[in-house]
Design a protein around this ligand. Structure first.
Ligand code: AMP
Ligand code: MG
Length: 520
């Protein structure tokens, strides 16, 4: 492997002087040096060739013993010093203090084609930030992270990437539902890739400790490497920096709403400073269109991170970041203006996104109302979001196709459609038909545009679970099948039509499909 190592994080930011790997509070430092744990029988399950190319890796590299050993933590590349990053965070609305990379270890930073990347292992053992955890990850959650990171990338949603998925050969004890039933599961490691793994919580921890010197050092570093166009550090630059983070966060969440992705744990330690989807834990995909849905059983009571609340939580999290950056700016007004801007930006972008899903290019006064009515109708009975929007693109301007019949595959139970509900659907299609008359595009042109924003294939919760079931028995074919399928989520793939289907009934209340906890 011939990678262009370019360490910036560990050379430009303060290191924890203690190198002993003990759990503790680490102050005055951005990271601690750690060595990944040795694994007993590492075995590669899958590699993402797309991202490997972006890193400058060759096909033969991916098959080498060295790649396997490095990506499972069993050996380190020469001139590299793995490290775990210190961060804090607000979890479920409360300040949780120091968190940090408890089971992630950054191997090295590289530069390829003018792009900077950090390669990180998730599940490679304890760090000073492991708190009560073991620093390890199990196969099921590693498969979920691996498949979803790459699927999101191909959907055009900003995300961290996944390079490899490997078994460690070791067993890991987990209480999957936090109900006292502990069991051994297969241990696994995902190697993740991102320009940076910095989170809101990295800035919050210094602000909380009133360590303004290191806060400034970290913000200046972030701007220098990840927002270089903003120029030299100054109060104005910091304000501009916050503005960009706000925009990127908003754009990411609008994408989530577009494809029906629910992150599940939008704590500030899981909010990337680059506006990337990060830390795939108890995430899920909407099946029935449901504003109130969350896959995370840990959040079942309050549903803080439910689908429709993601945009509000994005704003709440940005407030926490604004508070953290305040000591460098010392002026509330510009920060408040930016947060206000998020709200207006959300209204505008959300409307544009929903219009694109409906194939509407022109601006009409009642568009918002048309969308609102649709969202109401979608909630009447369980209606599959992905199937509904995908089928909708076949509607015709001249109303020659019955809309209700066109989309009826999206209903989970056709028996639950009463006459009143049916009428509401017919009424909505009348509005839609009337509205389409104002559009200039032909049916075919509109369909092409709609099919590019409404995916045909997403990683439905049960699909990941099927791949997990097989993998637990040592069969990895389905991981590859789903991986290949999800590389082209917007394309018709007739050979894969079976994945364009509603969630099967067995998966409705199944653990891993609709119920996921933070245990991973
Ligand atoms: P998450 O909910 O996965 O974002 O994790 C929240 C915090 O818990 C982070 O600091 C993680 O590094 C840490 N954490 C989660 N799982 C483990 C584990 N198995 N061992 C050590 N730390 C963990
Ligand atoms: Mg996390």
């Amino acid at each position: 492997m011939n990678l262009n190592l370019k360490h910036t994080f560990i050379t430009e930011l303060p290191a924890d002087p203690i190198t002993k790997n003990t759990r503790r509070q680490v102050s005055g430092a951005c990271f601690s040096y750690v060595t990944p744990q040795q694994t007993s029988k590492p075995e590669l399950i899958h590699v993402s060739e797309d991202i490997s190319e972006e890193l400058g890796l060759k096909k033969e590299d991916l098959k080498s013993e060295e790649f396997l050993n490095v990506m499972t933590g069993n050996s380190a590349l020469d001139d590299t010093k793995p490290y775990a990053i210190c961060y804090g965070g607000h979890q479920f609305g409360n300040w949780a203090g120091q968190l940090g990379d408890g089971r992630a270890i950054n191997l090295f930073d590289i530069k390829h084609d003018e792009k900077q990347w950090t390669i990180q292992l998730k599940g490679a053992g304890e760090t000073p930030y492991s708190r009560q955890g073991d620093g390890l990850a199990v196969l099921r959650s590693s498969i979920r992270e691996y498949l979803c990171s790459e699927a999101m990338h191909h959907l055009g949603v900003p995300t961290t990437r996944a390079l490899s998925l490997a078994l460690t050969g070791d067993e890991v004890m987990r209480d999957m539902l936090y109900d006292g039933n502990q069991a051994y599961e297969k241990g696994a490691i995902v190697s993740r890739v991102s320009p940076s793994f910095l989170r809101f919580g990295n800035y919050e921890i210094f602000a909380a400790r009133q360590d303004h010197k290191n806060l400034k050092t970290l913000v200046d570093y972030t701007i220098k490497h990840h927002f270089p166009h903003l120029g030299k550090p100054s109060k104005d630059t910091y304000i501009q920096f916050f503005y960009e983070v706000m925009q990127r966060t908003l754009d990411m969440i609008i994408h989530w709403q577009r494809v029906g992705f629910v992150h599940g744990v939008m704590n500030t330690d899981n909010m990337s400073i680059l506006g990337l989807t990060i830390d795939y834990g108890p995430y899920g995909w909407l099946e029935g269109f449901d504003f109130g849905w969350t896959p995370n059983t840990t959040d079942a009571q309050n549903k803080r991170y439910r689908f429709a609340n993601q945009p509000n939580i994005g704003l709440w999290n940005l407030y926490q970041l604004a508070n953290a950056l305040y000591p460098l700016i010392e002026d509330v007004k510009p920060l408040e203006d930016i947060l206000e801007n998020y709200k207006t930006g959300f209204e505008i972008k959300s409307l544009a996104m929903m219009k694109s899903k409906l194939g509407l290019l022109e601006n009409e006064e009642k568009d918002q109302q048309l969308i609102q009515t649709l969202e109401d109708v979608l909630h009447l009975v369980e209606t599959d979001m992905t199937i509904f929007f995908r089928k909708l693109s076949n509607f015709k301007k001249d109303n020659s196709i019955n809309g209700f019949q066109l989309i009826q595959d999206a209903f989970y139970s056709i028996d639950s459609i009463t006459d009143t509900i049916k009428k509401q659907w017919y009424d909505w299609f009348d509005l839609y038909h009337f509205r389409l008359e104002k559009e200039r595009l032909s049916d075919a042109e509109r369909k092409t545009k709609m099919d590019f924003v409404n995916p045909k294939y997403v990683l439905r919760n049960y699909m990941a679970q099927l791949a997990i079931n097989d993998a637990n028995k040592g069969d990895y074919n389905l991981i590859d099948e789903l991986f290949q399928l999800l590389k082209q989520p917007y394309s018709e793939q007739p050979e894969h039509e079976k994945w364009f289907a509603k969630r099967p009934e067995w998966a409705r209340h199944k653990v891993g499909c609709s119920m996921l906890s933070c245990s991973s």
